[in-house]
Design a protein around this ligand. Sequence first.
Ligand code: FES
Length: 195
Amino acid sequence: MSDQSTPPEQTPESPTLAGPLDLPTTRRRALLWLIRIALAVFAVAFMIPALALKTLRRGRKTVEAGDELVYAQGSNKGSAVNADELAAGSALHVFPKGKTDDSDNLIELVHLSEGSPSIVAYSAICTHLGCSVLTNLTDDGDIPCPCHGSVFNPAQDAKVVAGPAPRPLPSLPIDIHDDGTITATGGFDGEVGPD
Ligand code: FES
């Protein structure tokens, strides 16, 4: 009489057993999962800094209409600019009041030697690699960048007249009041600094 409770004998070749024949498939699956996990980790690693940068930019206080311009340096630092003190053919670095922590808000105020309007304002951050342009104008009255020789013409919308800068300095619309104070009437008309 045969014992019916004894299970049939299984060999390593049996297709129902997880034996050596299934190992390559299992390894392939494990490898695929490892690759997926690695790709996910990679994506997250790239996303986090990008999101942080976006959040930082969103929280930044950029110059806008109504901002009063104040001296960026010197003994008058922080006090309202007086347009009457800016001689023709000279330039000055100023900030929008209350937004001096962000160097991207630095503004180059230029009193042109001739033409109208006589006082113009541009971003003081070079569009090449982001150095601050100088307030010592060239003999032609242009704005030089000390880093790689770019030169901008303030009488012609700060267009590039020399050097590697790819585009003009962004322009800032301003209003000059009777008492000599200056306010912005809008923000920069382009992206500040390098692309
Ligand atoms: Fe101004 Fe390079 S950063 S010329």
